[in-house]
Design a protein around this ligand. Structure first.
Ligand code: AMP
Ligand code: MG
Length: 447
């Protein structure tokens, strides 16, 4: 295997940054412990000011979509670079407006978006102007075409404006009103979106400094797992977790190192883990952390790092392991997910996603949470977070409503594909009656 060298994102070895042992944690405690333990590339960059970041690269604008901005982008120009008209209409000196008085102005020509008007516009005159055209010196107000009556030729006739239609300065965009020269247009840590690329283009910049993609190794563990293309032997299942997780990572703009399926065998597991540590900033595994088979995984991980095995009070989910791992002088971060396909994916969204984004240097942006009426209700005891697959729709009265989508078993992936959201019933909450309000994470925010 030809593995690329990873960046070293793990702090120097010291006391474990992770709550050790078999702690029973609420989902919120587990999330917080992960985010505390992981280094924040963004915070480190903040200390270094705007200096270039190690490993940052300039990429062409269009290749920057979804990448993490490595440095603040300061605007090199005023945007817009000149006062201009916001409407098609007539530009004039707003001082001519007198309260309660109609206005009559003589048009002195036309200016289109592009080169400024070459002539002059004197007192009592106006200029026919198109949207985006440069405001001539001395003119600060635009009356939209639909608010005036023109007598004679549009470019050279008399323009009548009824009283009370507009204020001086209206319908003019000011130089630098979008972005002033030298001011930050975008902050380091931004995960770049289409509007950001538009904003960068409006500054005339063709390339963007971005952080290297986070590299994440993925493998599945289990003797019963078969890879695609293999026959499905009796008692076996196809490895679906690797594909769902690799796809989720791809959506986050991360590089995936696919290490396949690993048998429940300590030597094979160790070899694959070492390859993962050598080649990636983070390692994502599924299976092998539940009580039945955690023991040999535990012994191995105790040799490779400081991984804590948690019982996270969540459903689906619960078994989860996390911590720094080292091999051959390299270090990485291990996230070991439960094997049940829905538990793996839900644990990824609830526990891993934000941590990986933090490692990637992304600025944290809270996911949108909606409140919706829970059509069916959810039965639950306080003491764990329940994340159910749901279908979020708009009710006839305009409010959001969510219905439980299909069977909620931790292995039932088909109901996950029917869902478009997760219904989140918080740790301390009890049953939700039919029609009660619940928090909902729309999938479009997660991925
Ligand atoms: P484990 O967490 O290893 O005890 O696995 C729990 C359940 O999830 C078992 O039924 C496994 O067969 C199933 N499972 C584990 N890994 C995968 C995977 N990669 N793809 C599909 N099912 C899996
Ligand atoms: Mg297993």
């Amino acid at each position: 295997m030809n593995l690329p060298a990873p960046r070293n994102t793990t702090p120097a070895l010291g006391p474990s940054p992770v709550a050790a042992g078999d702690a029973q944690l609420s989902l919120e405690e587990a999330r917080a412990a992960i985010l505390r333990a992981l280094p924040s590339a963004l915070a480190a960059a903040g200390l270094a000011g705007h200096a270039g970041q190690p490993g940052a690269e300039d990429v062409p604008l269009l290749s920057a979509l979804g990448r993490v901005l490595a440095q603040d982008i300061l605007s090199p120009i005023d945007v817009p670079s000149h006062d201009n008209s916001a409407m098609d209409g007539y530009a004039f000196d707003g001082n001519a407006l007198a309260a309660g008085q109609p206005l009559a102005l003589q048009a002195a020509g036309t200016v289109f978006a592009g080169p400024p008007f070459a002539g002059s516009v004197g007192p009592g005159q106006c200029l026919r102007i198109m949207t985006g055209a440069v405001m001539p010196a001395g003119l600060d107000t635009v009356v939209p075409l639909e608010l005036c009556r023109v007598e004679g030729d549009l470019a050279l006739g008399t323009v009548h404006v009824a009283p009370g239609q507009l204020q001086p300065g209206e319908n003019r965009r000011l130089r630098g009103e979008d972005l002033a020269c030298g001011k930050p247009a975008l902050r380091a840590g931004r995960v770049l979106r289409p509007a950001d690329l538009g904003l960068v283009a409006s500054l005339g910049l063709g390339t963007v400094p971005v952080r290297p993609r986070l590299r994440v190794a993925v493998f599945s563990t289990g003797d019963e797992l078969r890879s695609l293309g293999q026959p499905l032997d009796p008692g076996c299942v196809y490895d679906s977790n690797r594909y769902a997780l690799m796809a989720a990572l791809q959506r986050l703009g991360m590089d995936v190192l696919d290490l396949g399926v690993v048998r429940d065998d300590p030597a094979a597991l160790q070899a694959t883990l070492e390859a993962a540590i050598a080649g990636a900033d983070a390692v994502l595994t599924s299976g092998g952390v539940s009580a039945g088979d955690a023991d040999h995984t535990r012994a191995l991980l105790a040799r490779l790092g400081e991984v804590a095995f948690w019982k996270v009070a969540m459903r689906p989910g619960r078994p989860f392991a996390f911590g720094p791992v080292q091999a051959a002088g390299r270090s990485s971060w291990l996230f070991a997910l439960p094997g049940n396909p829905v538990a793996a994916l839900v644990s990824f969204y609830a526990l891993v996603r934000d941590g990986l984004l933090q490692l990637a240097g992304a600025r944290h942006e809270a996911l949108p949470v909606l409140q919706a009426r829970c059509v069916d209700g959810v039965r639950k005891r306080p003491g764990r977070t329940e994340l159910q697959r749901g279908r979020l729709t708009r009710a006839a009265d305009g409010h959001w409503q969510v219905q439980v989508a299909g069977s909620q078993g931790a292995g039932i992936l088909s109901s996950m594909t029917q869902a478009n959201a997760l219904i989140v019933v918080a740790h301390d909450q009890g049953s939700v009656p039919a029609g009660g309000l619940v928090d909902v994470w729309p999938f479009d925010g997660l991925v």
